[in-house]
Design a protein around this ligand. Structure first.
Ligand code: NI
Length: 178
């Protein structure tokens, strides 16, 4: 098992569209296991392969309190979507420290494959519905801030730049104590 580096917004690799998984081999299982470890360690409730620079349709999610209900979705598709929507505050491992409200369908029905290639369906509501839609966006090259207004996005980009400058300064101060 190994921890994988997570791409940070606005890295352009986060805008790549992921390809359909066709081979259900040991490499895929290992990747899913590494993604799960990376997600739990972060900690986060979901991670899409796109975020670790692997552009295939693979997602790991665990919205349980105990962190013992890992859900692996390969080639997920939304097959039903409620008209009712809900606004929820979202965050993302690719945008640490950034949170904002996004409106999404409150229920979705997903068809996906497991790591053996077997097809299954799952009804999602609550946090799981939010998380599944958020992670599936990543596979399309979208992050949650793409749902926000241009003005909000610009503000977020400024905030990220500032965070990075401060972090770089702190690191410099730590290596050059005066
Ligand atoms: Ni995300």
């Amino acid at each position: 098992m190994s921890l994988l580096p997570i791409l940070k917004y606005p890295d352009l690799r986060l805008t790549k569209k992921a390809a359909v998984v066709t081979e259900f081999n040991d490499e895929l299982k290992q990747l899913a296991a590494d993604m799960a470890e990376t997600m739990y360690k972060a900690p986060g409730v979901g991670l899409a392969a796109t975020q670790i620079d692997r552009h295939i349709r693979l997602i790991v999610i665990d919205v349980s309190e105990e962190k013992n209900e890992l859900l692996v979705l390969v080639n997920p598709e939304v097959i039903e979507k409620s008209e009712e929507t809900k606004v929820c505050e979202e965050g993302c491992l690719s945008l640490p420290g950034i949170f904002d409200k996004v409106e999404r369908a409150s229920q979705v029905k997903i068809r996906a494959q497991n790591l053996e290639g077997k097809s299954f369906e799952i009804d999602c509501d609550g946090l799981l519905a939010v998380c599944v839609q958020h992670e599936m966006d990543h596979l399309e090259g979208k992050v949650f801030v793409d749902h926000l207004s241009q003005l909000k996005k610009t503000r977020i980009l400024h905030k990220i730049k500032k965070q990075r400058l401060e972090k770089a300064k702190e690191e410099k101060a730590a290596t050059n104590p005066s």
